[in-house]
Design a binder for this molecule. Structure first.
Ligand SMILES: NC(=O)c1ccc[n+]([C@@H]2O[C@H](COP(=O)([O-])OP(=O)(O)OC[C@H]3O[C@@H](n4cnc5c(N)ncnc54)[C@H](OP(=O)(O)O)[C@@H]3O)[C@@H](O)[C@H]2O)c1
Length: 292
């Protein structure tokens, strides 16, 4: 799994195609997608164009997508997976994640809510049942690995302990303001890839991108704050996702080098704690336009 992943949470379809194409050209080989982002077809179009142009084979790229909350019922898992495959125009996926541990009312409405705007959860299915259906996808051969996203250690442990096929990857928000050290330690000990999203704190300012310690280190090592944050994520042993929307940013985000140990220590000592995405608490995406 390439350590630097390109995230496709880009609401605009045309921008999705151009950013994915630019990322592929810049050298990204790991693409993080989701049924919920509603742009798998556009990502697939850009990837297919890259593959058709020659020089890159399917085996050179790593494609992940995610099962949305409305498809947790076991009988909905394989159809959801197949629908994603069809939209990408691919015949297998490298990784399939349960997007969040929260099951929503099954159906075509991705954001089911009652008259008061409250999310309609589905109490009729457990995460264990959904996981068992994910395991069957691996058995079927079109899904190379499975994992979880937006889950905490208390949620991960029981799945890890009871699973026939252990989670290969856990994707969560992580950056110096939310290092998730305990979860990282559990993942490292149990051979689970810790996949960090929002390594730049979703680009929200103020945030890690403007942290004075990050800026000072960036000036000292001759890199940008973005590159320092990405290097820190790699060096502490995580895989990461970032969403550069231009070719120049894609090149910048790939051009990272190891930080000196004292810089790692300084970043590890940052005391600010902030979560930027509440999806882990409710299952509702923090950064996807609603009602589309
Ligand atoms: N599992 C989940 O629930 C979940 C949730 C959120 C995200 N994700 C995945 O994680 C991926 C990464 O998340 P993210 O994009 O929020 O993380 P991020 O990389 O922390 O933040 C993206 C922001 O960083 C900015 N940025 C990127 N490269 C930059 C550069 N070189 N210079 C300056 N600014 C730069 C972008 O700016 P602009 O806006 O100006 O382009 C954007 O605002 C998503 O695409 C998605 O695949 C998963």
């Amino acid at each position: 799994m390439p350590v630097l992943g390109f995230g496709t949470l880009i609401p605009d379809p045309a921008a999705t195609i151009s950013a994915t194409r630019d990322a592929l050209e810049a050298g990204f080989r790991h693409f993080d997608c989701a049924e919920r982002y509603r742009n798998e077809r556009q990502v697939g179009e850009a990837l297919q164009a890259g593959l058709a142009a020659g020089g890159i084979a399917r085996g050179d790229i790593f494609v992940t997508t995610k099962l949305w909350n409305t498809n947790h019922r076991p009988e909905r898992v394989e159809p959801a997976f197949e629908a994603s495959l069809e939209r990408f125009g691919l015949n297998y996926l490298d990784l399939y994640l349960i997007h969040t541990p929260f099951a929503f009312q099954p159906g075509d409405e991705q954001d089911p809510r009652d008259q008061n705007g409250n999310v309609l959860y589905d109490r009729g299915v457990t995460l264990h049942e959904t996981w068992a259906a994910m395991e069957k996808l691996v058995d079927g051969g079109k899904c190379r690995a499975i994992g979880l996203s937006d889950i905490n250690l208390d949620g991960l442990r029981p799945i890890y302990e009871s699973a026939r096929i252990k989670p290969a990857v856990v994707q969560v928000e992580a950056h110096p303001y939310l290092p998730e050290t305990e979860l990282l330690e559990f993942c490292t000990k149990n051979d689970i890839v810790f996949l960090a999203f929002a390594p730049l704190g979703h680009g929200i300012r103020p945030g890690p991108l403007e942290d004075p310690i990050i800026s000072t280190i960036a000036a000292r090592v001759g890199k940008t704050p973005v590159q320092v944050l990405l290097a820190w994520a790699v060096q502490r042993g995580t895989v990461l996702l970032t969403t550069p929307r231009t070719a120049a940013r894609a090149r910048e985000n790939l051009d990272i080098t190891a930080l000196p140990e004292d810089a790692m220590d300084e970043i590890n000592r940052i005391q600010t704690r902030q979560r930027f995405n509440e999806v882990v608490k409710t299952g509702s995406p923090g950064f996807i336009p609603q009602g589309r």
